[in-house]
Design a protein around this ligand. Structure first.
Ligand SMILES: [Zn+2]
Length: 445
């Protein structure tokens, strides 16, 4: 793997221009006031769909939707590279993400007749990625979740287990052994704590494994030591940079707030393991959650701390902005049922309904499927069918000429995070909304 692969992904290439100097002086506001006049921004299509009026869309549920998913899977399998030299990108935009998608589809009963073929193909793909990452000389890259080995080993274990192979213990053992790599407080120079390559990612993978395999993945002491390293790292950074709040982090020198590389997913993982924290540690985490809640600007969060959102040009992505930050507040709400956390998620959903038909492709990182996952999250939190309807409308939009003609082309069209594999996961989850979850990012566990 090249060093390049640890550089920030997910549209950060254009971050410096995306985070333009503050032109407005509105400051943080707590109300959603995105008016129709600013809908036509350059990042999203106008949402012309009428909102929910009490009925879901016919023809989108159940078996009627299966052929569209199968056709998309076929398209992906024609494009995914199979050579060991093409395995860079991990689960994010490498072939391993396609293997995860096939695993996910094969778990859904509606696709039972494809299950065997999908799982066998998934095994072929992930075996090549495992060989690739076994040969990776940089142990830090082996410990990376979305961009490196930890994610690949985790998905290999899931696929092997689904196939009934006792061998699933092999990749699982490789995964478990990586905890030592990411335990030292500054194990990565670029920032040791975020989701893609850092400790939050490793904890996230362990959470998904525990959820899907139903066994303990790490010992309590191992989890505690990683959580403590995250907390200590955040305390040290906040102190050194004289931040007025308890925990903060940076990645390649930028203080990100969003799910991809930022504070929100780090805190989400700490909440996911809060039983392992001391009372004082929990206090620091909850203070930080509330601090982040107060950084909201018109239902959204800037990509980096202290930036002012320019509404005509704001990022409404899973990677940067409300569609990713919402998962932290969902987790907070599931733990302590405080209504302000649910309200924050609901406001995020309103923004996504208005500005979530993104032009950056069909994917889950900064594309339409990533937006639509917020509706599935809200459905699971509230039980309100309005959110299934909204997710159905976004699914419908993915198949329109307007979307095909007006969205940017994607480099790895097969990939899990930027391409169609994430879209397939979403379409499958729309068929079973009671179990839906953003891929590899569990809050209902
Ligand atoms: Zn992104």
């Amino acid at each position: 793997m090249s060093n390049q692969s640890v550089a920030p992904l997910s549209s950060l290439d254009t971050l410096s221009t995306e985070l333009r100097p503050a032109l407005s002086s509105g400051g943080p506001q707590r109300f959603c006031s995105v008016s129709a006049s600013v809908m036509e921004n350059t990042r999203c299509f106008a949402n012309r769909f009428s909102d929910y009026k009490g009925a879901l869309l016919p023809g989108q549920g159940g078996e009627a939707a299966v052929p569209a998913v199968v056709a998309t899977v076929d398209k992906i399998l024609k494009k995914v590279p199979t050579d060991v030299s093409d395995c860079d990108g991990g689960l994010y935009d490498g072939p391993a993400g396609v293997a995860y998608m096939l695993y996910h589809v094969s778990e859904c009963p509606l696709f039972s007749e494809h299950r065997e073929v999908y799982l066998k193909t998934a095994k072929q793909i992930i075996d090549v990625s495992v060989r690739y990452v076994d040969a990776e000389p940089d142990k830090n890259m082996r410990a990376a979740f979305l961009l490196g080995g930890a994610g690949i080993y985790a998905v290999a274990a899931l696929i092997y287990k689904s196939l009934g192979l006792a061998d699933f213990v092999k990749p699982l053992t490789k995964f478990r052994n990586l905890w030592e790599v990411c335990a030292p407080i500054n194990f990565l120079e670029c920032g040791s704590d975020e989701l893609f390559v850092g400790r939050a990612g490793y904890l996230c993978a362990a959470l998904v494994l525990k959820q899907k395999l139903g066994i303990e993945i790490l010992s309590k002491d191992q989890i505690k030591s990683i959580c403590q390293a995250i907390i200590e790292s955040g305390k040290q950074y906040a102190r050194r940079k004289r931040k007025p709040f308890p925990l903060m982090y940076s990645y390649y020198g930028t203080e990100y707030l969003g799910a991809a590389h930022g504070l929100s997913s780090v805190l989400q993982m700490l909440l996911s393991y809060q039983d392992m924290l001391s009372g004082a540690e929990k206090d620091l985490v909850w203070q930080s959650v509330d601090f982040l809640m107060n950084q909201e600007q018109n239902c959204n969060w800037p990509a980096e701390l202290g930036a002012i959102i320019e509404r005509e040009n704001e990022l409404v992505h899973w990677c940067h902005g409300a569609p990713g930050v919402a998962y932290l507040f969902a987790k907070a709400y599931l733990i302590n049922k405080k209504p302000q956390y649910l309200d924050t998620c609901i406001r995020s959903g309103e923004l996504v309904w208005q500005k979530g038909l993104l032009k950056k492709g069909p994917g889950i990182c900064h594309g339409v499927a990533g937006s639509a996952y917020v509706f599935l999250l809200l459905y699971r939190l509230t039980g309100n069918s309005k959110y299934i309807y909204r997710a159905q409308r976004f699914a419908e939009f993915l198949f329109t000429e307007e979307f095909k003609a007006g969205s940017h082309s994607v480099t790895s069209v097969y990939s899990l995070f930027e391409g169609l594999s994430g879209t397939v996961c979403f379409l499958v989850d729309l068929l079973q909304p009671d179990q839906s979850e953003f891929p590899l990012f569990s809050v209902f566990v």
